[in-house]
Design a protein around this ligand. Structure first.
Ligand code: ATP
Ligand code: LTN
Length: 332
C-alpha cells in the first residue's frame, strides 16, 4: 500500500463539455470514496490529445473539468485533484508499460475501434496506445479501486492484465486494481440514438444533456428524446429510449425503476419526459451555481492544481523509482 488507506483513482478527459452520462456514471460517485480511500482524481489532458483538440479550448476545459470536480462535491482538502500533464511520471510509466502491452491486446479495445472509425483521418499511435497510458495512471498510485462507467471496464481489465504480467516478471511491483461500476447509470444512452452511449464529443447537441445546459435546454432536449412506439412508461427489451429515460429519472431521484413505473402508470410520454427534465435540473442546477463561482476564481483553481500535482508527484515518484530499479534502469 502506498498511502495509509486503500487508493481510489479515476480520470475524466477535458475533451468536451461534460454530460449527465459523465456525471451519473462517474463523477457523482467519486465523493463517497473520500472517507475510506486515499483518492486521486485526475483531469487527463494527455488522453484528450489522442483526438485533435483546439489548444485554447483544451486549456479552458481543463480548468472547467477541475471546477466541475469540486462543484460535484470533491473537496480538494480530502482528495488529490490534479492535471495529468503536470505529473510527468504518467508519461514515463506509460512508455515502460507500452513495452509490456501486446499489439493484439490493444487491437481488441472497442474504444480504439470506435474512435478510429470516427476519426479515420487521424488514427495516430497515441489513440492506439491510449490504454497503456490509462494503465500508467492507475498503477502509479498502487490503486485498489477505479470508479468508472461501464464503457471503461475493458480498459481496467487490460490494466489488470498488464499489472499481472509485470508482477509475474518482477514480483510485488503493482497492486492489481478493481473496477467499480455503478448499479444504475453505468451507461447512459444518447437521447437521439438510444442504442449508442451518450458521449461528450457527440456532434448532435440534441443527443446529449450537458451539466452546463440551462434548465429550459435540458427540458427541451428530454422532450425531444427519441422514444419507442407505444405509450406506456414501462421498461422492455425493445424499448431502449424509454429504458434510458427511466434510468436517468431513477438516478436523479433515487427511486427504483419499479417505483418510477408505478409513479407514471397511465401517464403519457410527454409528461414523463418533462418530469425527467425537471428531476435532472433540480439536481444539476446547484452544481452549476457552484461551478460558476469556482470558475470565476482562476487563481484558486491553479492553487488546487499545483497542490494536487505536488501531492500526486510524491506518490508517483515512489512507484516509478521502484519500477525503474526493477527493470534495470540506473537510478542516480
Ligand atoms: P469522449 O466523448 O471524449 O470519448 P466521454 O463522454 O466518453 O468522452 P470520458 O472522459 O471518456 O467521457 O469519461 C469520463 C468518465 O465518464 C468515465 O468513467 C466514463 O466511463 C464515464 N462515462 C462516459 N460516458 C458515459 C455514459 N454515457 N454513461 C455512463 N458513464 C459514462
Ligand atoms: N479512459 C477514460 C479516462 C481515463 C481514466 C483513467 C479513467 C484516463 N485515465 C484512469 C479511470 C482511471 C475515459 O475515456 N473515460
Amino acid at each position: 500500500m502506498l498511502a495509509d488507506r486503500p487508493v481510489s483513482f479515476s480520470g475524466v478527459q477535458p475533451s468536451g463539455n461534460l454530460t449527465i452520462g459523465n456525471y451519473l456514471g462517474a463523477i457523482k460517485n467519486f465523493p463517497e470514496f473520500s472517507e475510506k480511500y486515499k483518492c486521486f482524481y485526475c483531469v487527463v489532458d494527455e488522453h484528450a490529445i489522442t483526438v485533435r483538440q483546439i489548444p485554447a479550448e483544451l486549456r479552458r476545459r481543463t480548468y472547467e473539468t477541475l471546477a466541475l470536480y469540486i462543484a460535484c462535491g470533491l473537496d480538494p482538502e480530502k482528495n488529490t485533484l490534479y492535471v495529468q500533464s503536470h505529473v510527468p511520471a504518467h508519461a514515463e510509466l506509460a512508455w515502460i508499460l507500452n513495452c509490456f502491452t501486446m499489439f493484439g491486446e490493444l487491437s481488441r479495445m472497442t474504444q480504439f475501434k470506435d474512435k478510429s472509425a470516427k476519426h479515420a483521418d487521424n488514427i495516430n499511435a497515441g489513440l492506439f496506445t491510449y490504454p497503456s497510458l490509462m494503465a500508467a495512471d492507475i498503477l502509479l498510485y498502487q490503486t485498489d479501486v477505479v470508479p468508472i462507467g461501464s464503457d471503461q471496464k475493458q480498459h481496467v481489465e487490460l490494466t489488470r492484465d498488464i499489472a499481472e504480467r509485470f508482477n509475474q516478471i518482477f514480483p510485488d511491483t503493482f497492486t492489481v486494481p478493481e473496477p467499480i461500476i455503478p448499479q444504475s447509470g453505468a451507461r447512459i444512452m444518447s437521447l437521439a440514438e438510444p442504442e449508442k452511449k451518450m458521449s461528450k464529443s457527440d456532434e448532435n447537441e440534441n443527443a446529449v444533456v450537458r451539466i452546463l445546459d440551462d434548465k429550459d435546454t435540458m427540458i427541451r432536449k428530454f422532450r425531444r428524446a427519441v422514444t419507442d412506439s407505444g405509450n406506456e412508461i414501462r421498461r422492455g427489451e425493445d424499448k431502449p429510449g424509454i429504458n434510458n429515460l427511466i434510468t436517468i429519472y431513477s438516478c436523479f431521484t433515487g427511486k427504483t425503476a419499479e417505483e418510477v413505473e408505478r409513479e407514471f402508470d397511465g401517464v403519457g410520454y410527454g409528461e414523463f419526459k418533462t418530469a425527467v427534465g425537471n428531476a435532472c435540473a433540480e439536481k444539476i442546477m446547484p452544481v452549476q451555481e457552484e461551478y460558476r463561482r469556482l470558475l470565476a476564481d482562476k487563481g484558486y483553481l491553479e492553487e488546487v492544481m499545483k497542490k494536487g500535482a505536488d501531492e500526486a508527484a510524491y506518490y508517483a515518484r515512489k512507484t516509478l523509482s521502484k519500477v525503474r530499479r526493477k527493470i534495470g534502469f540506473v537510478n542516480l
